[in-house]
Design a protein. Structure first.
Length: 95
């Protein structure tokens, strides 16, 4: 069955609920972590700066508020949160 495209139908609560359910079923946290790592690596190459160092500078106000930097900071925070959640889940499985 082809994926539901939200632009193809009238948005109703039932349609949105079905779309979110499919998204949830297809979500793979490890794939998302890898996707974020690829995005971060690209930004690091473009700006010649490690994401951890960038984030530290961004948090201290040294980087300004350019939209690119705001997005980079958000993606790095998502990466850290997801990495922590995966690690916590693995610890539960191991113990």
């Amino acid at each position: 069955m082809p994926a539901l495209q939200l632009t193809d139908v009238k948005l109703t609560p039932d349609v949105l609920r079905e779309w979110w359910q499919r998204q949830d079923e297809q979500y793979d946290p490890l794939e998302e972590l890898l996707r974020l790592e690829r995005m971060l690596s690209q930004l690091e190459r473009q700006h010649g700066l490690d994401s951890a160092e960038f984030y530290h500078r961004f948090q201290s106000g040294e980087m300004g508020d350019d939209l690119t930097y705001v997005r980079w900071a958000g993606q790095y925070q998502l990466y850290l949160n997801l990495k922590q959640a995966i690690s916590a889940s693995l610890r539960l499985v191991v113990t």
